[in-house]
Design a protein around this ligand. Structure first.
Ligand code: NAD
Ligand code: UD1
Length: 337
């Protein structure tokens, strides 16, 4: 059984590659390396003792995809490839729609032509928009607040319509909450280029002394300490969620959607203080104004994934903070792209 991971050299893709290889399946990666280093896959190979061949190419380019499907017998696909920076998507919407939607459309066409019908798609909790009722259930109405989110919303719709029209498809849509942390070896992890936008990588860079202090965006939200609350999920739990989704796709035709979260919300200051405690390191911070577009609270109802996929997150906030710092400490400059 061979699984193609589009965008598989990236943060979540590399951790998932490791889990899939350890489960006994083969992996092939297609990545244009626009936000990744091939070193991530070299390390996955070192950790697993198995090959994870990388085809450098674009998922929106039919020829590149044809090459992969002709060279390998692909049984299943996990579609990670996409651009993911919310702020950048507001500034460059056409680039986001072009890249993320073309990648999904071309991939589905080429899969259909090659008789491959199992696909797991990386969606995001961002498709729930500004809903305030928590926890978020898969049945809630959707709506987005930025072009990045709309590309996930539209890709979900493209996949739903494709599954409806062609009953040979087995489609699983995974809505990730806030993935953080790294593999426990400290050999692979999140490697954002430039100044990080997201909380955990920012904290790591402050702890390391590369950035002076964390700006906590708002302490006047209606939450227990006034700071934003999120459903942080360990990236290895998320990787294992993909294994469960691939097994589900093997057996089930049609389209199904699952939240991948822990079901527990922690505040920005919970994360800062837990990071300080488990790693015995100070994270200087100051309170700053709210970040435009942020919501107060966001956490999943993960019960559907538990019931239907037999998957639930196992790792604690302490594990997430320890493993994120272990990666950062071992690799102060990431993969040195
Ligand atoms: P990432 O940027 O590390 O990985 C995405 C990978 O896709 C990168 O390696 C990049 O080089 C590649 N890529 C982008 N466009 C491509 C294209 N056209 N052809 C081939 N490769 C291409 O991001 P990640 O955090 O690993 O996220 C993986 C997926 O999960 C993305 O689709 C992202 O939108 C989604 N997601 C991420 C988060 C998160 O917080 N990290 C949350 C929800 C959803
Ligand atoms: C962001 C994206 C979301 C995407 C997710 C995962 C926005 C508006 N949303 O979610 O679409 O799916 O990343 O990639 O960008 N925070 C600080 N200081 C910082 C950074 C963050 O206080 O320097 C706070 C934020 O205000 C928020 C929390 O930390 O309350 C988490 O932020 P972040 O890691 O950026 O994730 P989200 O905003 O939840």
């Amino acid at each position: 059984m061979t699984v193609l991971l589009t965008g598989g050299a990236g943060y979540i893709g590399s951790h998932t590659a490791l889990s899939i290889l350890n489960s006994g399946k083969e992996v092939v990666v297609l990545d244009n390396l626009s936000n990744a280093s091939p070193e991530a896959l070299t390390r996955v190979e070192q950790l697993t003792g198995k090959k994870a061949p990388l085809v450098v190419g674009d998922c929106a380019n039919r020829e590149d995809l044809e090459k992969v499907f002709s060279q390998y017998k692909i049984d299943q696909v996990v579609h990670f490839a996409g651009l993911k920076a919310v702020g950048e998507s507001v500034a460059k919407p056409l680039m986001y729609y072009r890249n993320n939607l073309d990648a999904t459309l071309t991939l589905l066409e080429v899969m259909q032509e090659h008789g491959c019908f199992d696909i797991v798609f990386s969606s995001s909790a961002t498709v729930y928009g500004t809903i305030q009722e928590m926890p978020l259930k898969e049945t809630f109405p959707l709506g987005c607040t930025n072009p990045y989110g709309w590309t996930k919303f539209m890709s979900e719709q493209i996949l739903r319509d494709t599954g409806k029209a062609d009953p040979r498809f087995h489609i699983v849509l995974l809505r990730y909450f806030n993935p953080v942390g790294a593999h426990e070896s400290g050999q692979i992890g999140e490697d954002p280029s430039g100044i990080p936008n997201n909380l955990m990588p920012f904290i790591c860079q402050v702890a390391r002394g590369r950035l002076k202090e964390l700006a906590v965006f708002g302490n006047d939200y209606p939450t227990k300490d006034g700071t934003g609350v999120r459903d942080f999920i360990h990236v290895m739990d998320l990787a294992e969620g993909h294994l469960a989704a691939l097994s589900y796709a093997e057996k089930h035709a049609g389209v199904e959607v699952f939240n991948l979260g822990t079901g527990t919300g922690y505040s920005v200051l919970d994360l800062v203080h837990t990071f300080e405690k488990v790693n015995q390191i100070k994270v200087p911070y100051r309170i700053a104004p709210r970040r435009p577009g942020d919501i107060a609270t966001c956490y999943a109802d993960p019960s559907k994934a538990k019931e239907m996929l037999g998957w639930s997150a196992k790792r604690s906030l302490e594990d997430m903070c320890r493993d994120a710092w272990n990666w950062q400490k071992n690799n102060p400059d990431g993969y040195r792209r």
